[in-house]
Design a protein around this ligand. Structure first.
Ligand SMILES: [Zn+2]
Ligand SMILES: [Zn+2]
Length: 312
């Protein structure tokens, strides 16, 4: 086999193996250059270690005891939650957001806290947002879809650190799904050329009927609109917001972005959801909270902004 042919084949293998992170220089790498799960975990932890820890976070998490060989937090869950929430809301503490978003406390708050961490550039929050919230949305027969958001955050994660090269950027995802109608799976033929959604340039449709079905019944509307918010109010400032967070500062673009995403909505807006799992008396699948509402904003917010900003 010629050298070029070999390289081509290697590239092909890499592309066909999208779940593995390929790094060749790390000492933990196996002979094939594929990292172990533990090595990936270590890198992911290290990336986020740049964010400062608030006193509340330290207090909430450091006081531990060993019971039956396992480490337990001494604080009662409610006390811990209150401290972490204080750390997150008053000091923008990303470590607190991550802890809350990992589901150590009230699971209902998982998505908003992960999104709060993600917009500030927490790699682990992004990974959890993808893994716990967006990756499993596109199951057949589920009238929701989050591939576009999955792709957006994959790209942001890659921009933060390339070592793990998460192969989830929008174009990779698009290649994996193939070019077919999002509703009926028709592909391009001599007589039919699929049309792309103008909003996200991600999904393709064979007809207006399929596009409308996807937009309304599968809530592509909400997803596409949230992508637009992220592209306009997050993407251009992503690095600056993250750099400020590392210094313990709040970038001016952050509050506007939070407002646009609906994270600053007053809790009365979604108290019914939190208390009864219902919206206007109708029950809602908790999985639906993580996909955007029709206007692209979140179902459940995190905390109201201290400095209200107009909608302009
Ligand atoms: Zn179709
Ligand atoms: Zn779209």
């Amino acid at each position: 086999m010629g050298r070029r042919q070999k390289l081509r084949q290697e590239r092909k293998i890499k592309n066909n193996n999208p779940t593995s992170a390929v790094v060749t220089t790390a000492p933990e790498a196996t002979s094939e250059g594929i990292l172990s799960a533990a090595a990936i975990q270590a890198i992911v932890k290290e990336i986020d270690s740049v964010f400062p820890k608030s006193d509340e976070f330290v207090q909430a998490t450091m006081d531990t005891e060993i019971i039956n060989g396992k480490e337990h937090h001494k604080l009662h869950t409610n006390e811990q939650y209150a401290l972490l929430k204080q750390g997150a809301t008053e000091h923008g503490c990303i470590q607190s957001m991550l802890f809350l978003g990992e589901g150590h406390c009230n699971p209902m708050y998982l998505h908003p806290w992960l999104l709060e961490g993600a917009i500030r550039g927490s790699y682990r929050c992004i990974m959890h947002l993808i893994g716990k919230c967006y990756m499993h949305q596109a199951e057949p027969k589920m009238n929701r879809n989050a591939d576009v958001l999955y792709g957006y955050w994959g790209k942001i994660a890659t921009n933060i650190d390339t070592r793990l090269c998460p192969p989830i950027a929008l174009n990779v995802l698009k290649d994996r799904l193939g070019r077919k109608c999002a509703i009926c799976s028709k592909t391009d033929t001599k007589t039919l050329t699929l049309k792309q959604c103008i909003g996200c340039s991600f999904h393709c449709y064979c007809s207006e009927t399929c596009q409308t079905t996807h937009w309304k019944e599968h809530n592509h509307r909400g997803e596409c609109k949230q992508l637009r918010i992220l592209n306009k109010y997050h993407k251009p400032y992503a690095k600056a917001i993250r750099d400020a967070a590392i210094r313990g500062d709040i970038h001016p673009a952050l509050e506007k972005l939070r407002y646009k995403l609906g994270l600053t909505r007053p809790s009365e807006d979604y108290q019914e959801l939190l208390d009864f799992n219902t919206h206007n008396g109708k029950s809602i699948n908790p999985k639906d909270y993580v996909v955007p509402r029709e206007d692209g904003t979140v179902w459940v917010g995190s905390f109201p902004s201290s400095s209200p900003i107009g909608s302009s």
